[in-house]
Design a binder for this molecule. Structure first.
Ligand code: NDP
Ligand code: HSE
Length: 429
């Protein structure tokens, strides 16, 4: 049986589990790929740091470059842009295939990497980069190659889903829930990438590129994180039969594609509403297939290692029998709509003066900017840091974001609105 030399870069949350499973299930991987997978080294920052007992410390090295130069398959689980990018390009130049879970790198430098892999005639696989264990990259790239995708809507960040869930179900504070997510290995090395929506935006860009055969970069995605979501917002959502989820939304409509990540109100009977903890789910709307939903663990060492290893098996099979991973397909070349041109429903919470005529004033501003209201609720008065205020919760029909922004600007400048407390996107079933 042919030997395929595997170099692992990174031995943290995910890398440790990849090394463990490669050792524990060596015979099965050989049977599935047709190659004996030999782990020839593990590159880390500090080879003397304590490691999980499953790690053979004799394999550890701080010299990633020599390891890469001698490998058939390089697994990149360092994260971040450099030196991960340089190591991957070096691997391609040396004729090695690469498996990575690095969505930040793919969203920033995807085209360069896809082109380098194609030029070297080797594989670039990245199933673990989106939604952990869920085979959604494979689903879009291969299983749905016979269909036209119209929308990808999903919970693609385990950390923020865990935080929102723990705030909802267990009543934890934001900081307590984030600390738990870090402890459990879900969060990025810098968890602001999770909390501020950038990790989900990178995944949104990758999914949209695959769904619409169009190059999409991180900067193309309109991003909003979950920092401003307070326990009282979650309670208010529950009272109206909704939950708040951080959703990535990539939608094709006339004129181009819309891309956003942000906290979104969804009804409790929406298929994404029951996705709890670190689980992720992605709903795909396709013209012929209709609606599909992919569900599973979106973060954590072992679930992510499962996705990494499926790519390793595929890349190893190509080393033995020939063939290569699907190449980047960008024939769609659809325009990316600027945020102002996107269309959505919104819910606004306004702190207003409690006086005669205020409803007329507020609704007049919406009408002036062409934003149609679907519902208004008046809630008396909550004691919080803003003191005693009267709250109006206004839900709109679908509106152009540009018109909504103009409405908000006028409301904020008006004498009858004390504060726009929040604006949140609304998604129906
Ligand atoms: P960790 O921070 O736990 O591990 C990073 C590893 O990379 C460590 O072993 C570290 O070495 C090593 N490393 C860092 N810098 C260098 C360097 N310059 N040279 C050599 N080695 C280096 O990260 P994760 O395992 O959580 O994530 C790895 C990748 O997988 C990231 O791209 C992440 O986005 C992605 N991912 C993570 C998921 C998760 O749930 N954690 C899920 C899906 C994808 P040392 O141990 O010595 O510090
Ligand atoms: N930090 C990421 C998350 C890891 O929480 O989803 C999985 O990509």
């Amino acid at each position: 049986m042919k030997e395929v030399k595997v170099a692992l870069l990174g031995c943290g949350t995910v890398g440790t589990q990849v090394a463990r499973l490669l050792g524990e299930q060596a015979e099965e991987f050989a049977a599935r790929s047709g190659a004996k997978l030999s782990l020839v080294g593990i590159a880390v920052r500090d080879a003397s740091a304590p490691r999980d007992p499953a790690i053979d410390t004799a394999l550890l090295t701080e010299d990633a470059e020599s390891l890469v130069d001698d490998a058939d398959i390089v697994i990149e689980l360092i994260g971040g842009i450099e030196p991960a990018r340089a190591h991957i390009l070096r691997a391609f130049a040396a004729g090695a295939s690469v498996v990575t879970g690095n969505k930040a790198l793919l969203a920033a430098h995807g085209p360069e990497l896809y082109e380098a892999a194609a030029e070297a005639d080797v594989d670039l696989y990245y199933e673990a980069a989106v939604a952990g264990a869920i085979p959604v990259v494979y689903g879009l790239r291969e299983s749905l190659a016979g269909d036209r995708i119209t929308q990808v809507l999903g919970i693609v960040n385990g950390t923020t889903n865990y935080i929102l869930d723990e705030m909802t179900v267990a009543g934890l504070s934001f900081d307590e829930a984030l600390a738990q997510a870090q402890e459990l290995g879900y969060a990025e090395a810098d968890p602001t990438a999770d909390v501020d929506g950038l990790d989900a935006a990178a995944k949104c860009a990758i999914l949209a590129s695959l769904a619409f055969h169009t190059r999409v970069a991180l900067d193309d995605v309109h991003v909003h994180g979950i920092r401003e979501i307070a326990a009282e917002d979650i309670k208010a959502a529950a009272a109206s039969g909704h939950v708040i989820k951080l959703l990535a939304n990539a939608r094709r409509r006339e004129g181009g594609i819309e891309l956003s990540v942000g906290p979104t109100l969804i009804p409790v009977d929406h298929p994404l509403a029951t996705v709890h903890g670190s689980f992720n789910a992605v709903v795909i709307e396709a013209e012929a297939a209709d609606r599909l939903m992919f569900y599973g663990r979106g973060a954590g060492g072992a679930p992510t290692a499962s996705a990494v290893l499926s790519d390793v098996v595929a890349a190893a099979a190509h080393k033995v029998s020939g063939g290569h991973a699907p190449r980047e397909l960008i024939y769609g070349a659809l325009p990316i709509l600027p945020p102002a041109e996107t269309i959505a429903r919104f819910q606004l919470e306004l702190a207003v003066e409690d006086k005669i005529g205020v409803l007329t004033e507020v609704s007049g501003v919406f009408a002036k900017h062409g934003v149609s209201i679907s519902a208004v609720a008046q809630n008396y008065v909550r004691s919080d840091k803003r003191g005693e205020t009267c709250r109006l919760t206004v839900t709109t029909h679908e509106a152009l974001r540009r018109d909504l922004e103009a409405t908000l600007a006028e409301l904020e400048a008006s004498s009858f609105v004390a504060e726009v407390v929040h604006v949140i996107r609304v998604e129906e079933n």
